[in-house]
Design a binder for this molecule. Structure first.
Ligand code: MV4
Length: 446
């Protein structure tokens, strides 16, 4: 097992990883920007190194500085956390070149899934269902109309180098193709410096359902069920739950088997998530995240498996200690993301936390780095806490959620707590009747 892990991240996820290291008797190194010297994960770590100025580009994305900190402290492994450098192929390679274990998949697999078209082709070749579309880039509106004859309308144009939904354009029939094609191409150029676009049949009201997988170096691949992450605003997830109300145990088993087979064929090692759109009982692969995810706690809660602990064990060469038959879904979990943002405008709300009270009691998990008088800086992601609730079933989980969120006090800054309290009053949310467009369509009248 590793002796010392450098955690190349900040905030709640850095604490999540640090707590795991402490339980495993592994020493920890925190790295931080200038303004983050009072961050809770820095205060809790065995050692810490300042890696640069406040802008992420100069610190948390500063590869040279992070590698120097690792060498200086003698870390034998590095955990990239989520975001920042966690899906950077070059960084993963450099970490290995510096004789440290990168706690994540091989750089080749990061690269393979980083390219959207390649990822889709690879998964399709391994038997994962994908949405019908172009076989690579679309060159002209005429070509697009030809392809639409096989996919049917509506169709969606996406940037090859894209992500986060930027520059996506829908054409509802052939008369809209030429315009949508041109708009998508120019937006792709403007946003990503690459005007290549591809095309897919447009799914009008799917859910976003993702499957968590975990794979060791010995060909063992296990899935940990799904998370329903359909409640999003501008591609920012706000609430995630497991299991999804939309899946039967049979459907879960079916997609789980497809996914584990594909991941095994791919030779992927580590934790990962396959994102799907789910509509009318059908799954369509979108992309694979080759890292730990923000919302991993809901899966930990319902499976009882510590995903980070398993991830570290796998990276150090240990075998998975459980098999698919051992994985049982127990009750229901929901994660509420508490962001330092205005709950109506979503404008960031950095500043000093004047008063803080976290809820507690049976079934309440809080992953957070904030404390009273901590100043939320303006430079980074606005996530300041994740409140994860466990109930024996969804109804109990919702009741506990209402109770817990109404106890939560964060004064001095604005947070998304009020939005969550409103969601919990909504009959569609209570019934689980929502899709990827629900939040955007209902924000006005919540
Ligand atoms: C789609 C789609 C409908 N049909 N693809 C948006 C981000 C990118 N990762 C994939 N996205 C979508 N792709 C087809 N063929 C609808 C979306 C989409 C979406 C997906 C997941 C969660 C929220 C979303 C919000 C708007 C659009």
């Amino acid at each position: 097992m590793f002796k010392k892990i450098l955690i190349a991240n900040r905030g709640d996820i850095a604490i999540r990883i640090l707590r795991c290291c402490k339980e495993m008797n592994i020493n920890t190194v925190a790295v931080h920007s200038v303004i983050d010297s009072n961050l809770m994960n820095v205060l809790l770590a065995d050692e810490s190194v300042c890696i640069g100025p406040n802008k992420s580009f100069d610190s948390y994305l500063n590869i040279g500085s992070i590698l120097s900190a690792a060498e200086l402290t003698g870390a034998d492994a590095l955990h990239p956390g989520v975001g920042f450098l966690s899906e950077n192929e070059k960084f993963a390679r450099m970490v290995s070149d510096h004789n440290m274990k990168f706690i994540g998949p091989d750089p080749e697999h990061i690269a393979l899934m980083g390219d959207k078209i390649t990822a889709k082709k690879t998964m399709a070749s391994f038997g994962v269902p994908v949405v019908k579309g172009s076989d690579g880039a679309v060159e002209s509106p005429e070509m697009a109309e030809e392809i639409a004859k096989t996919t049917g309308y509506p169709v969606l144009f996406k940037a090859t180098s894209g992500g986060g939904g930027k520059g996506m354009k829908v054409a509802n029939d052939s008369s809209e193709v030429s315009n949508a094609f041109k708009m998508a191409k120019s937006e792709a150029k403007a946003n990503f410096g690459d005007d290549n676009i591809y095309m897919e049949r447009y799914l009008s009201d799917p859910r976003h359902i993702e499957i968590q997988i975990i794979a060791d170096n010995y060909g063992n691949v296990v899935h940990l069920g799904e998370r329903d992450c359909s409640i999003q605003r501008n591609h920012q997830k706000l609430m995630e739950e497991s299991p999804s109300v939309a899946l039967s145990p049979e459907k879960r088993e079916e997609i789980g088997e497809i996914v584990t087979k594909a991941v095994k064929k791919m030779g992927y090692v580590g934790v990962g998530t396959l994102e799907f759109l789910y509509e009318n009982g059908e799954f369509f692969f979108m992309e694979m995240n080759t890292r730990l995810q923000v919302e991993h706690p809901v899966t930990e809660i319902v499976t009882g498996i510590d995903i980070v602990k398993e991830q570290i064990k796998i990276a150090s060469g240990e075998k998975l200690s459980f098999s698919q038959e051992d994985v049982k879904i127990n009750g229901h979990a929901i994660e509420f993301r508490i962001n330092a943002e205005n709950s109506e405008t979503f404008i960031p709300s950095p500043g000093k936390i004047e008063e803080l009270y976290f809820p507690g009691g049976n079934g309440i998990r809080i992953d957070s780095h904030i404390y009273r008088e901590y100043v939320v800086p303006q430079f980074y992601d606005s996530l300041i806490a994740k409140i994860i609730i466990h109930g024996r079933d969804r109804d109990e989980c919702l009741a506990k959620s209402k109770r817990a969120l109404s106890e939560l006090v964060i004064d001095g800054i604005s947070t998304t707590t009020n939005l969550h309290l409103k969601l919990l009053q909504n009959k569609d949310i209570v019934r689980g009747e929502y899709n990827i467009h629900w939040l955007m369509n209902n924000l006005e009248n919540l």
